[in-house]
Design a binder for this molecule. Structure first.
Ligand code: URA
Length: 441
């Protein structure tokens, strides 16, 4: 044995840098099980507290990227572009976005993740579709991708397995909101996909892992730099996560909202972010002159029904029941309902994404321990968002839940998500800065 986990944890705990050999050994020994979960959890906390310098981060990302197989998509004709979000509340963008870009001719392979902390995971949301699996072997992943031009993969034992293991540990040990751990987690699995282009949605604001805009910008620039260093054209957008995105927060209910979006009937904020990220994906793929043309193509893919058809075919190819596309009531739904009501009249000034996300997790939409299973049918439907006028007693949210004790424990906490003022709030921008690798020094 070249190193021991304890000596490396102590080194990082004491603020010393790890050498490339030490990081490579650590990630490989963690992947094989030689470094235990509890040791890696301690290391994650040490990294959370002490950070990684640029050389450590680059080595850590590469070690995770090479912890398993990497895809070889060179046999597939056409540009391959993916998207990833740093995580948000109600952030279901990937689900409608990929069929939309696919309908515009771009190959869209993706590796989705499970819920992390108070944020939902695309993988959990997709698996609320009866029968659908994102646990695909590499062969099956390639088969769905080459037949349908897109695939909703999941982190697996094959691709970037170190991230899959570490992701689950971080979720249960308070070590998610770390810039180097987020950057290496996202970029290791995305770089394993053999992409031509990558679009990153870096969330900032109350419900983001990097609430501070300056830190979120640093995270965005770090990931774009890692993409550039690996020869992948990468763009990051900073987008607001002050309020949940869209109206639905949960798992099955977010699939319903995604289907509505693919029908052109989705909420405005979700549509705006989806179009912004989608048009950048088309631009990175080439073959479209400018952003206006890209937006037009994406809108046409929805209006023609083509994007919805791609979604239906991929759901079926991954074992899911395609009937949910026409009848979302086939999705799991919790049996009990409750309402959150406005305590006074006025204008909603805040609908606090973090509070809504934590409440949804506690109702069972997310995990508190890594072994937990989620309840796909629980969810929170947001009926009042910042800027909306409400009257005292009006419903701010409808909650679907199963367990009365969980609801009792969360009801007052959830009600605290809304602030109501006499005056409408200033409109805050949803989409902020864009950082492109092609424009970086
Ligand atoms: N998404 C990921 O894949 N990893 C993180 O650490 C955060 C968001």
């Amino acid at each position: 044995m070249r190193f021991t986990a304890v000596e490396l944890i102590e080194r990082k705990r004491d603020g010393l840098a790890l050498s490339p050999e030490q990081i490579e050994w650590l990630i490989s020994a963690f992947t094989s099980g030689e470094v235990t979960d509890y040791q890696m959890a301690a290391m994650a906390m040490a990294v959370y507290l002490r950070g990684l310098d640029a050389v450590e981060l680059s080595t850590w990302t590469d070690a995770m990227l090479h912890s398993g197989e990497t895809l070889d998509l060179s046999g597939l004709r056409g540009p391959k572009v993916d998207k990833h979000s740093t995580g948000g509340v109600g952030d279901k963008v990937t689900i409608p976005l990929l069929p939309m870009v696919r309908a515009c001719g771009v190959l869209a392979p993706t590796l989705t993740g499970r819920g992390l902390g108070h944020t939902g995971g695309t993988r959990d949301k997709l698996e609320s579709i009866p029968g659908l699996s994102t646990s695909l072997s590499s062969d099956r992943f390639m088969e769905v991708l080459s037949t349908h031009g897109m695939v909703y993969g999941g982190q697996s034992e094959n691709l970037a397995p170190a991230d899959a293991k570490l992701y689950a540990l971080r979720d249960a040990t308070g070590t998610v909101p770390s810039l180097p751990l987020i950057a290496s987690s996202i970029m290791s699995k995305k770089l394993a996909e053999d992409l031509d282009g990558l679009v990153l949605d870096v969330k900032t604001g109350a419900g983001a892992f990097m609430p501070d805009p300056a830190r979120a910008r640093e995270l965005a620039a770090t990931m774009v730099g890692l993409g550039k260093a690996h020869g992948v054209a990468t763009t990051a957008f900073l987008t607001s996560m002050e309020s949940p995105l869209g109206r639905e927060v949960g798992n099955a209910c977010e699939i319903t909202e995604s289907i509505r979006t693919l029908r052109g009937e989705g909420p405005e904020d979700l549509w705006e972010v989806t179009l912004a990220l989608g048009s950048e994906m088309l631009l990175l793929a080439g073959g479209v002159s400018d952003e206006t043309a890209a937006r037009r193509m994406l809108t046409r893919a929805v209006e023609s029904g083509e994007a919805l058809e791609v979604f239906r075919r991929v759901v079926q190819a991954q074992g899911g029941d395609p009937a949910v596309v026409d009848d979302p009531s086939l999705l799991p739904a919790a049996t009990r309902r409750a309402r959150v009501r406005a305590a006074e009249s006025g204008y909603v000034s805040v609908c606090h994404a973090l509070t809504v996300g934590i409440a949804a997790t506690r109702l069972g939409a997310g995990r508190e321990r890594k072994e937990d299973s989620i309840d796909p049918g629980v969810g929170i439907r947001i009926l009042a968002k910042p800027g909306d006028r409400v009257e005292r007693g009006q419903t701010l949210a409808e909650v679907s839940y199963e367990d009365e004790n969980r609801w009792e424990a969360v009801r007052d906490y959830l009600a605290g998500a809304w602030s109501i003022d006499d005056h409408p709030p200033d409109a805050a921008p949803l989409i902020g800065e864009r950082i492109r690798s092609s424009e970086m020094d």
